[in-house]
Design a protein around this ligand. Structure first.
Ligand code: SAM
Length: 214
């Protein structure tokens, strides 16, 4: 998702109290409980887009702290605008490339990771950029608490098959895999739709999901 450059989005982000600013990010590892001012678990969404999913999750689960990560200012701006309409104390944003995720969270500091409708990077030479690739799984291995879970949803079957194949070489195991999430009434009871999920499921695309651990 790349919105056209929105004039002033960088300035809005630089002044937003909802965003943990770039200058502060190097001091973040090990301090997330202090940033939120409580001992609640930390759940993150990497590539949150405009933040529909994570904002809904934060609203439904005030006992959990959420961090939404997005690479592009113009997209993050939309999530900030949503927060301005409905402020939530348990949600913060990071504008950054997730490649640097281990510089922002300490070892085992994260209790759950969500990847939703991650960019497919279809060319083989770009496989390392895919958020469920073994290279990214190695980064998640550092920041995710032992026995905690990572959840991934997508309608892109090729990306999903790739993600499943990456698990074993990366040392992860699947707790649950479905190739048609929306036809599973039990899983759907707790499912929170992302913006892309709404769009693609409305087009009739089956939604794949896994829950993994190591
Ligand atoms: N998760 C949202 C959803 O399901 O509606 C948005 C999906 S959109 C296809 C993927 C988002 O991930 C884009 O906004 C993109 O900028 C962001 N993204 C992709 N690679 C990223 C990375 N390495 N670090 C941070 N954000 C990234």
């Amino acid at each position: 998702m790349r919105l056209r450059n929105i004039t002033g989005s960088r300035e809005v982000i630089a002044e937003s109290l909802y965003v943990v600013q770039e200058a502060v990010q190097p001091q973040c590892p090990g301090t997330w409980k202090e940033i939120f001012g409580n001992q609640n678990p930390i759940h993150i969404e990497i590539g949150m887009g405009k933040g529909k999913f994570i904002h809904t999750m934060a609203k439904e689960h005030p006992e959990i702290n959420y961090v939404g990560i997005e690479k592009y200012s113009s997209v993050l701006l939309r999530a900030i605008q949503k927060m301005e309409q409905e402020e939530l104390p348990n949600l913060k944003f990071l504008r950054m490339d997730a490649e640097d995720i281990t510089k922002v969270f300490g070892p085992g500091e994260v209790d759950k990771i969500y990847l939703n409708f991650s960019d497919p990077w279809p060319k083989d030479r770009h496989a390392k950029r895919r958020l469920p690739s073994r290279e990214f799984l190695a980064r998640y291995d550092v920041i995710l608490k032992k026995n905690s879970r990572l959840e991934f949803k997508t309608d892109n079957r090729e990306l999903f098959d790739f993600a499943v194949e990456e698990l074993e070489p990366a040392g992860w195991k699947a707790e649950m895999i479905t190739y048609d999430l929306h036809s599973d009434s039990v899983l759907m009871e707790t499912n929170v739709m992302t913006e892309y999920e709404e769009k693609f499921s409305a087009m009739g695309n089956p939604i794949c999901k896994y829950v993994i651990y190591r």
